[in-house]
Design a protein around this ligand. Structure first.
Ligand code: CMP
Length: 167
């Protein structure tokens, strides 16, 4: 029901609906979401109040192995954080990056409004925290620690990309 409600209110677009399912098992409550967020390094340093704000607006979803979460060139509308499982970012024909619990993806399109830079595919069944574009910008404003962690990750990716260009 949560998924349908969120599709109808526009907070989740229909293409994501094709692969995301409300997380299996009992509905994930605020308390459990906060517990899960506490395990994720990018939320280190966040106050309980900030974590409550994130937990309120983020949904927990499952996706089966093989599901395509982002596709190169598509418009991006969600930010994803992996709670369980692994995914593969296909950045170029020669560059694939494995993403695991605590890693996030989908931030680039939301930050610059450009199409998705990579295709991200679930390698195993995934449990994901999903934040839509509008709420993502709200979280960035409310949780500077998250913004810092995103910038650190982006800087690391730029360094890696430059290193492989120069190699
Ligand atoms: P976005 O462009 O919105 O959608 C695809 C995502 O793949 C992108 O955001 C990043 O989150 C992720 N991604 C792109 N390039 C890399 C990379 N070199 N390493 C890890 N993840 C990446």
């Amino acid at each position: 029901m949560e998924l349908i409600g969120r599709m109808l209110d526009g907070s989740l677009p229909y293409d994501v609906q094709a692969v995301l399912r409300p997380s299996a098992g009992p509905a994930v409550g605020q308390g459990e979401k906060i517990e899960r967020l506490l395990e994720v390094p990018i939320f280190e340093g966040c106050s309980r109040r900030q974590l409550r704000a994130v937990a309120r607006i983020a949904g927990v979803f499952s996706a089966p192995a093989g599901a395509v979460l982002t596709r190169t060139g598509d418009i991006g509308r969600e930010f994803f954080l992996i709670l369980d499982g692994t995914a593969r970012a296909e950045v170029s024909p020669r560059k694939r990056v494995r993403l695991g619990p605590g890693d996030f993806f989908g931030e680039m399109s939301l930050l610059d409004g450009q199409p998705r830079s990579a295709t991200v595919v679930a390698e195993t069944p995934l449990r994901l925290l999903v934040i839509n574009s509008r709420n993502f910008h709200y979280v960035l404003a409310e949780v500077p620690e998250l913004t810092r962690a995103l910038l650190a990750t982006l800087s690391r990716r730029v360094r890696q990309a430059e290193k492989s260009l120069n190699a």
